[in-house]
Write a protein that binds this ligand. Structure first.
Ligand SMILES: [Zn+2]
Length: 46
């Protein structure tokens, strides 16, 4: 899972073991889920 901090805008990797989601860099508690990049479906030509 990837999150980014709303304050310092750093990407934070959070494991689900932690109930409290907090930025390890600045201690900010507001993290947003990292937007998934455009999903590229690669279809293999048969
Ligand atoms: Zn932060």
């Amino acid at each position: 899972m990837g999150y980014y901090c709303l304050r310092c805008k750093r990407i934070v990797e959070i494991t689900t073991e932690y109930q409290v989601i907090r930025c390890p860099y600045c201690g900010y508690r507001a993290l947003r889920k990292e937007r998934p990049k455009v999903m590229v479906k690669k279809v293999k030509a048969v």
